[in-house]
Design a protein around this ligand. Structure first.
Ligand SMILES: C[S@@+](CC[C@H](N)C(=O)[O-])C[C@H]1O[C@@H](n2cnc3c(N)ncnc32)[C@H](O)[C@@H]1O
Length: 309
């Protein structure tokens, strides 16, 4: 992963999907290390504008002067669920020509042991993209109810051994607080041994807890609904997801927004507010074999595109 820290996923299809106009106004809702932002900015003229958002203070601090000194560029620390506020404050409601969300965690977040995302590197069990708000994974595991933990593991991790792992966590925390990533990885491995699987037994548990701690699906649902409001007619929405739960939310949202509200389906005169607001553009796009060979993170990426009508 480390060597891929700056390789933006599905770059070509994203740039094409955004249909960039040199004088347009664009939003990169998941700045990360600015891989996509940098390329979008290259395609903008003097009157273009790019607003990038990230909730991770390290992502914000990492932005190079070549970006932050550019008058067409603005980097905002915040959550994508605040999209409408961030755009509204700048007087740009209804003026955005394209939005990109490259969801999930960044390679630097995974690579740095201190962030607590990785079962491969021992560190404090934190997992927050924004370490200044919310509850760390360790705090969350200290109090979560066994049933809720089981549901989270099953739903967000699609973990078959959810019940056994949830029980093991609850037993372990009675002995000592679960405060390190290696400690959690060990608890999971003991409860659910590898038995020939290719992935580490803790992979799904870490993914599930990360999604819960960062409220990733709630953030996604909120930003999709708000995106449509900030978009100009003809604007493009591009969303890259990395697991089936996310992709399902994006797919369902785009499909629903591209139909009339149920009660008006097939009717000749549909009032404005019940008309479709999006048109889906093509099918989900995945990375080519060459891209996956060059960048492991691309292997589970799905890009979906829709246009505001
Ligand atoms: C996969 S990385 C983006 C990589 C970026 N496209 C690049 O090429 O460098 C995702 C980034 O989005 C941020 N992020 C994820 N969910 C977020 C949310 N709900 N609100 C704000 N930022 C979020 C993460 O902190 C992370 O830095």
């Amino acid at each position: 992963m480390g060597s891929n820290a700056h390789v933006p996923v599905l770059l070509g299809p994203v740039l094409e999907g955004l249909k960039i106009k040199p004088d347009g106004c664009y939003v990169d809702g998941t700045f990360g290390r600015g891989g996509h932002s940098r390329e979008i900015l290259k395609r903008l003229g003097g009157d273009g504008r790019l607003i990038a958002i990230d909730r991770d203070p390290q992502a914000i601090a990492s932005a190079p002067a070549s970006l932050t000194d550019d008058p067409r560029f603005e980097l905002v620390r915040g959550e994508i669920a605040q999209l409408k506020t961030i755009i509204g404050e700048r007087g740009l409601d209804g003026h955005v020509d394209g939005l990109l969300f490259d969801l999930g965690v960044s390679s630097p977040q995974l690579d740095e042991a201190e962030r607590g995302f990785s079962f491969m590197r021992d560190g404090p069990l934190d997992m927050r993209m924004d370490p200044d708000s919310g509850t760390s994974a360790s705090e969350w595991l200290a109090t979560v109810d066994e049933r809720e933990l089981k549901q989270v593991l099953r739903k967000y991790g699609e973990e078959k051994n959810a019940a056994r792992i949830a029980r093991a966590v609850v037993n372990a925390r009675q002995v000592a607080p679960i405060s390190r990533t290696a400690q959690l990885a060990r608890i999971v491995e003991e409860a659910s041994p590898r038995r020939g699987q290719k992935i580490h037994p803790a992979t799904r548990t870490f993914q599930a807890i990360r999604i819960a701690v960062n409220k990733e699906l709630e953030q996604l649902e909120a930003v999709l609904a708000q995106s449509v409001d900030v978009m100009k007619q003809g604007a493009r929405l591009c969303v890259i997801s990395f697991h089936s739960l996310e992709d399902r939310i994006v797919k369902r949202f785009m499909r629903q927004a591209s139909r009339e509200t149920e009660q008006y389906r097939g009717m000749p005169d549909v009032p404005e507010e019940f008309r479709p607001r999006l048109r889906t553009v093509g099918k989900a796009i995945s990375a080519t074999d060459d891209e996956v060979d060059a960048n492991r993170r691309a292997r589970s990426a799905h890009l979906r595109i829709a246009e505001r009508i």
